[in-house]
Design a protein around this ligand. Structure first.
Ligand code: 13P
Ligand code: SF4
Length: 301
């Protein structure tokens, strides 16, 4: 492993590359990254990097977002098959039909979506700023929230703001069940329950805190409690345990494992830098429109 890590470091310098990794990545991938974070943090890092090459250890929509924000940089996704099933739950044709049905609606699109969907939306959001973004839209407008019905439903109930919700969802987060939490809480009554808003409403209703992945890491670090029950993709446990060696973390279920996120390995990061693959490009006409929706989000964040 050390040999691979050394080679990655050498090539990174040679190519003037930066490695960005999502909080769900394999532990060893998180450990070699220059920055590990949530979707918002990663796009902010991409937007401000001085590197020529961005190696994106995450899924396709994240690399695409980086490419939209940095059209002059080379964005590499170490496995071209690392997609997000939720992002594929809405097509451009479907969105256009829905927009025609609701001509007064503003489209808020979760960043877990394709560039084409972003281009057809008014503003993007991530799980960490969704409340702020939705709140910024004047009350006289209807809101069409795509594609995550769970995040949309959570924001809608918190803000008491009705929204038209697309029927998409994250299959990984929907494997986390309320009954799992009830059992764990009975075994560890002192533990705080912390979950991601991609979970179902009966799961978020049981939580002490609901946040993005970086929000979860921040809460666990700052809260003076020893035990936490974690309801999100299990890759985050690596960061939580590393940052809080004195605390105990229980995954609600080991089934919350996103196989797409785990497609990226150290070897693939190395091959990516060796062969400069797989380049993620967004056609100009789509990128220009998608950038407006992403930039609006970054300005409001
Ligand atoms: P965040 O890291 O922005 O909370 O996103 C979670 C997620 O599902 C990314 O695929
Ligand atoms: Fe998509 Fe869910 Fe995997 Fe995130 S965890 S990449 S939303 S399938």
């Amino acid at each position: 492993m050390t040999a691979i890590i050394d080679k990655i470091k050498d090539l990174k310098t040679k190519r003037n590359a930066v490695i960005l990794a999502h909080n769900y990545q394999r532990g060893e991938v998180q450990d070699i990254a220059d920055f590990t974070g949530d979707s918002l943090g990663l796009s902010q890092q991409a937007a401000k990097t001085k590197a020529d090459v961005i190696v994106f250890c995450g899924v396709h929509f994240m690399a695409e977002t980086a490419s939209i924000l940095c059209p002059d940089k080379l964005v590499l996704l170490p496995d071209e098959h690392a997609g997000c099933p939720m992002a594929n739950m809405i097509t451009l044709k479907q969105l256009k039909i829905k927009k025609k049905e609701h001509p007064n609606a503003k489209v808020v699109c979760y960043v877990n979506s394709t560039a084409a969907i972003k281009a057809e939306s008014d503003v993007c959001c991530t799980s960490s700023n969704a409340m702020k973004i939705v709140s910024s839209i004047p009350k006289e407008h209807e809101i069409l929230f795509v594609p995550d019905k769970s995040l949309g439903g959570y924001v809608s109930s918190k803000l008491n703001r009705p929204m038209i919700l697309w029927e998409g969802y994250c299959p990984t987060h929907h494997r986390i069940l309320a009954e799992h939490i009830v059992k764990l809480k009975a075994a560890h009554p002192e533990a705080r329950i912390v979950v991601h808003p991609e979970c179902t409403p009966d799961v978020t209703a049981l939580a002490d805190h609901v946040a993005s992945t970086t929000g979860i890491a921040k809460y666990c670090k700052e809260t003076n409690v020893r035990e936490f029950i974690i309801g999100t993709e299990i890759g985050i446990l690596h960061r939580l345990r590393k940052e809080n060696p004195q605390k105990v973390f229980y995954a609600i279920t080991q089934l919350a494992d996103c196989s797409n996120m785990k497609l990226i390995s150290l070897e693939k990061v190395l091959w990516s830098l060796e062969d400069m693959v797989y380049q993620v490009n967004v056609p100009d006409d789509i990128a220009v429109k998608a950038r407006l929706a992403i930039q609006k989000m970054l300005d409001l964040s």
